[in-house]
Write a protein that binds this ligand. Sequence first.
Ligand code: IPM
Ligand code: MN
Length: 354
Amino acid sequence: MKLSITILPGDGIGPEVVAEAMKVLEAVASKFGHELDVSAHPFGSSGLESAGSGFPDETRDACMSSPAIFLGAVGDPRHDHLPPNERPEKALLHLRRLIESFANLRPVVAQFVSPTSPFKSETLKGVDLLIVRELTGGLYFGEPRGFEGEGKDRRAINTLRYSTHEIDRIARVGFDAAMKRRRHVTSVDKSNVLETSKLWREVVDSVAKDYPDVKLEHMLVDRAAMEIIANPASIDVMLTSNLFGDILSDEASMLAGSMGLLPSASLGGKIGLYEPVHGSAPDIVGKGIANPVGAIASMAMMLLYSFDLEDEAKLVERGIESSFAAGCVTADLSDTPKSTEDVGDHIARFVADA
Ligand code: IPM
Ligand code: MN
């Protein structure tokens, strides 16, 4: 099979973790006889610098011409002074909108109990949850937005807006996922305060009627933040709006051991977007300590969701498990760490030798 993929290494540690994921992808391709058709393009701060735009036209054309996009990370402190509309992060939001990837899947599994974990091992037992985050609506995109007025009258405005259609389609992704898992959906909102959340609850309730085998629980977002810490193993699918999912997924990443472990897939349109959940981590760039597992696990999600290659995806996941079992992990997880490259090499070798 020919695997056409647009690669956006992006900023900060993005290129470092993408390089390791590519190593693993090459091992998969040669083992299973797939042909790789990959090309890398500037995006985010690196796009601003090399092409004067966070999302250059040339990159946009490449993104639209392949079924899968693989992204490292965006963001650079050198561009922090820019207005929201010109920041590198805006490129990512544009991309998500452009390809209509409204459903962001963020699995969190506690596979590796690290000595650096703030959790007791009993709390982590059986933790295997999936955050299904709405990705192309809500506070991130609502209009009107912007600044107005001067001096003490200067104001900033963002709008939280959700339509029935947007809630319905993300809820169905959550329930469909639950059907393949433990059949439990925890829908997160703030319906004691927000109108958008009241609508969210109504629409999720009506979608639930089509899934009689799935247990639905509504939970206020503040309590959800607490349950992720107190009873994480009781959560199966957590269904959230855009901003709530952004916040809760960083929180939940600590259950896995580190931000650096979490993968994501953004689906819904014809093109899939795969990226580790972590950011560009400018403080650790070039040190060889970035954790490549989030990126490598995102590659496994790409093999599964965009190319339907289940055996290949499973093998990559087993490679990740093998790196944990061998203690081949980066500094975020161990006091006797291995480098970014060592971890990538271990997983690529596991795939090649399997
Ligand atoms: C994420 C990131 C992005 C988001 C940023 C970089 C715009 O934090 O993917 O979680 O907020 O969605
Ligand atoms: Mn985030």
